[in-house]
Design a protein around this ligand. Structure first.
Ligand SMILES: [Zn+2]
Length: 172
């Protein structure tokens, strides 16, 4: 079963700016190529472009500027996946996509790759079959701080309390 993730980050980052920054739905490969073409590419032959992505509850892929909060890209709604996507571009052609689940707003589990792969395959975007880098997030049971787990260190960065092995980031 596919889990959907509600925003679980700091409340102050979840306010919708006015006007809302643009986001782009990627329905087909040409949409991704059009998004890439609209960015300010340098002159080198090999380019990499990173964007914020979310997959909404209708399994639709949306991109926004890398500096955008995932929750703004999702317009405040729950998501099936969120993270960063890096497009590799050779001589203006899209040749690969690298993805991570790094979203401290939604803290999606690495298992959300399954829906990401389905969506990328249906759009026809090339990928490596797995996250390039995957992250584990946990909420501290003692102080409620959201932690990004590094090197299997399951202790809170703020208060040193032990963090659970199971995903627990949803608001209580
Ligand atoms: Zn703590």
């Amino acid at each position: 079963m596919t889990r959907s993730y509600q925003y679980c980050g700091p409340a102050e980052l979840s306010h919708m700016p006015n006007p809302l920054p643009s986001r782009n739905q990627i329905r087909q490969r040409a949409d991704a190529e059009a998004w890439i073409a609209a960015q300010h590419l340098g002159s080198g032959k090999h380019q990499q472009l990173t964007a914020t992505f979310i997959i909404d509850q209708a399994a639709q892929l949306w991109l926004a500027d890398q500096r955008s909060e995932h929750v703004v890209c999702a317009r405040g709604a729950a998501v099936l996946a969120a993270g960063e996507i890096t497009f590799s571009v050779e001589a203006k052609c899209l040749v690969g996509c690298e993805l991570t689940n790094q979203s401290t707003g939604y803290c999606p589990e690495p298992a959300s790759w399954a829906v990401v792969q389905q969506v990328l395959d249906s759009i026809g975007l090339p990928h490596a079959g797995a996250w390039t880098t995957s992250y584990e997030f946990r909420r501290c049971p003692a102080c409620a701080m959201l932690n990004l787990i590094k090197e299997q260190w399951f202790f809170c960065a703020v208060c040193d309390h032990e963090l659970p092995q199971q995903w627990n980031c949803a608001r209580g």
